[in-house]
Ligand binder design. Structure first.
Ligand code: V47
Ligand code: SF4
Length: 381
């Protein structure tokens, strides 16, 4: 097995990839600076096949953002509003439960809940939200809710520690946490653009605490704004170290910055080239995180589909209603059907696998949707 590389600087990295050796931070920077995108793709595909075979995962899910009222007002965020500002909204618990229940007949296996840091809602509101959702939803629908930033805020408003907050939420029915709020771990970028937000150390500590309670989580990196290549690589290395320590990250999702309607609106946003390279470099650097997800809402359907040849084994889900990226200028649809996702994956020659949040297999698809043929997990062995 060998790769056809154009860039000789990639040769020592290719040797390590073939031997299954860990890449260093300087390897990460070499990968990012190389123009041999196809060489990098071949290596990422090799790792992806070793970890996930020819499977590409997707899920039937629904995103719910209970409020956009937020105390932080990060400069890259077009979603948040101050209380009383035009466009501010807040959902009632009844509305949240109704929205969640709507996705059950569609076959959903996850509700994904992320919102602003509301200045008046008490911590008990969130505990009740999770408890009511757990009551209203069948067991197979996983509640994946609240970023580490929200968990830290609930600790501040309740006087509890973040570990106690996580314990209370788990007792109420929280199954898993999404990966948002990590942004870029560099203190330089945080102070420049999201000063009030959770620091890298706290974000990582909270995920470690969640893992210690067997709450599985995802991790993310917001890229394509004011960060340097070295800061991206450092972010990946710190995630890898946390995974070595606590082991509960399921998937890494690079989040492509969308500048419209933000305080960073003069920045250009990401290119397809950068999106694909970032996904591939992530697959190569994050040797201990099982899945790399291309969030089609952010990178677009065409890049998400191509990404399956760049180390990606997951393209997220049906989503249903997405506000955070669409308010920042995303032109992707707000939802996709299950058939759309299956067709998209099927065309790439990979096997579409419907999953739940914890990557338990719901269904393996052997044919394009029109023929309606599929295998159950049991048939899949
Ligand atoms: O925390 C905010 C980011 C995150 C913008 O865990 C922006 O499975 C781009 O974390 N352009 C929320 N990104 C979304 C998120 C997520 C999405 C899909 C799946 C999962 C998962 C998690 O979106 C925020 C922030 O990092 N964000 N504004 C923007 N203008
Ligand atoms: Fe608030 Fe999150 Fe937007 Fe920052 S990114 S302003 S924390 S909603």
């Amino acid at each position: 097995m060998s790769f056809s590389l154009i860039d000789p600087a990639l040769e020592p990295i290719a040797t390590k990839v073939l031997a299954g050796e860990r890449l260093s931070a300087s390897d990460g920077a070499v990968l990012y600076r190389s123009r041999d995108l196809i060489g990098i793709a071949q290596m990422a595909d090799h790792v992806r096949r070793r970890l996930n075979g020819d499977r590409v995962y997707f899920m039937v899910n629904r995103h719910i953002n209970p409020t956009n009222i937020c105390e932080n007002r990060c400069k890259f965020c077009a979603f948040s509003r101050s209380k009383g500002q035009k466009g501010a909204y807040e959902m009632t618990l009844d509305e949240i439960v109704t929205a969640a229940r709507e996705c059950v007949p569609e076959g959903a296996h996850e509700v994904h809940i992320v919102g602003g840091l509301h200045p008046e809602w008490p911590f008990e509101f969130y505990v009740e939200m999770v408890a009511r959702l757990r009551d209203a939803l069948p067991d197979h629908v996983i509640i994946q809710a609240f970023t580490a930033v929200e968990i830290e805020y609930y600790a501040q408003i309740s006087g509890l520690t973040t570990l106690e907050v996580l314990r209370r939420l788990k007792e109420a029915g929280l199954d898993a946490m999404p990966g948002g709020g990590a942004e870029i771990f560099s203190e330089r970028t945080r102070l420049a653009a999201w000063e009030k937000k959770t620091s890298a150390d706290d974000w990582l500590r909270i995920h470690g605490e969640a893992h210690s309670l067997d709450i599985k989580t995802n991790c993310t990196m917001l890229y394509g704004h004011i960060e340097t290549i070295e800061e991206r690589v450092d972010h990946l290395v710190r995630l890898r170290e946390q995974q070595d320590a606590s082991g509960g990250f399921l998937a890494f999702i690079p989040l492509a910055f969308h500048p419209a309607n933000t305080e960073l609106a003069d920045l250009p946003g990401t290119t397809g080239y950068d999106d694909l390279k970032t996904l591939a470099v992530a697959r190569l650097m994050l040797d201990n995180i099982p899945h790399i997800k291309a969030f089609w809402i952010m990178v677009g359907l065409k890049v998400a589909q191509l990404a399956t040849a760049f180390g990606v084994d997951d393209i997220d889900g049906t989503v249903v209603e997405e506000r955070i990226t669409h308010m920042a200028g995303a032109t992707t649809p707000e939802a996709l059907s299950k058939d759309d996702l299956v067709s998209l994956i099927f065309e790439t020659g990979h096997t579409p696998v419907e999953r739940d949040t914890l990557y338990r297999v719901v269904r393996v698809y052997d044919d394009a949707p029109s023929s309606g043929s599929s295998k159950t997990p049991a048939e899949d062995g």
